[in-house]
Design a protein around this ligand. Structure first.
Ligand code: 8YV
Length: 319
């Protein structure tokens, strides 16, 4: 008997083909966003669930999952949508998909930096709406990235790839993390022991830390005030790390030149203030959205499930 796996969203074809081959897969061909009630109902008799970050596994939802469910194999590196303590208490195995999305997310981060610095939203809108009438030396002047200082808040897998790509722009890399990294991972980046210490060294700030109670609204008015005037902030991690009101205020006042954002609090119902800012370059949470990476994420989630059902330790166990 093949294990039964509830898959909450429509996954890439190759991933679904492997799911069908190895599991009794309950797929979601219409890609309907399930409510908690629907997940609980559809999980009846399932051995595992393969969700995305769009499904929230709160302590209450976990308590109501059918007893048959042994594992939650996430199709995501972030797992802040799962109450890990509740999962552990209930004996559920939880896995994520690290590494395979670092390149795609770092690429998107560079795009956010360039898009914010070179006013990509404004420029695109001008061309599309036929408002581009003229050229002058002062037209659409932005900030240059080459040779500037990049501060990375959270020097994990994605942060380190971003640093490597940014070195192609001759950027000087500064970072903060809980601990200083060994030299081979630091690759010459300059460590700052606290986020406050990092800020004055950032012409660009790239947020790459995980969402946790410790990082909730870490980038607040006080921290932003320590950035040099004209700095650019980009975020491809989680919206919860940023205090939206503080960021919007700094973008309005001109303390920050621009921001590039891929993630937000309360996606997709983001703070309306962002939409009105011409100096915000806004993307809809597409950090890992490349064909290559989405396949790799699915296969990685399946590798984890295969290990669980073969009685082995899954590579990416987080609970
Ligand atoms: C995914 C992400 O698109 O992996 C993550 O943590 O934020 C994104 O890359 C999403 O989470 C898929 O579930």
């Amino acid at each position: 008997m093949k294990p039964v796996v509830l898959v909450t969203r429509k996954l890439p074809d190759a991933v679904e083909a492997r799911l069908r081959r190895d599991y009794e897969a309950r797929l979601n061909p219409t890609d309907t966003l399930y409510s908690a009630e629907q997940i609980i109902e559809r999980a009846q008799g399932a051995d595992a669930i393969l969700p995305c970050h769009t499904e929230k596994f709160t302590a209450e939802v976990i308590a109501r999952l059918p007893k048959s469910v042994r594992a939650i194999a996430n199709f995501s590196v972030g797992y802040d949508h799962v109450d890990v303590a509740a999962a552990k208490a209930r004996g559920l195995v939880v896995t994520n998909t690290p590494d395979v999305l670092s390149d795609a997310t770092a690429e998107l981060t560079l795009m956010l930096m360039l898009g914010a610095a070179r006013r990509a939203s404004e420029g695109e809108r001008l061309v599309r709406t036929r408002q581009w009438k003229d050229w002058s030396p002062s037209f659409m002047v932005g900030t240059q990235m080459t040779g500037k200082r990049l501060g990375i808040l959270g020097m994990g897998r994605v942060g380190r790839v971003t640093a490597r790509r940014a070195r192609g722009f001759e950027m000087e890399i500064h970072y903060n993390d809980l601990h200083r990294l060994p030299a081979e991972l630091e690759e010459g980046a300059i460590f700052h022991p606290a986020p406050e210490d990092l800020m004055p060294h950032c012409d660009f700030l790239a947020i790459h830390c995980v969402a946790s109670p410790e990082t909730h609204k870490l980038v607040n008015a006080k921290l932003i005030s320590r950035l040099p005037k004209g700095a650019i902030v980009v975020n491809a991690s989680r919206g919860s790390v940023v205090d939206d009101d503080a960021l919007i205020a700094a973008l309005k006042s001109g303390h920050l030149a621009a921001a590039g954002l891929d993630v937000y609090n309360d996606e997709p119902d983001i703070k309306p203030g962002y939409r009105e800012l011409t100096n915000a370059f806004l993307m809809p949470h597409i950090g890992s959205a490349t064909r290559e990476t989405r396949d790799a994420m699915g296969f990685r989630a399946l590798d984890n499930l295969d290990a669980i059902f073969a009685g082995r330790q899954p590579k990416d166990r987080v609970a």
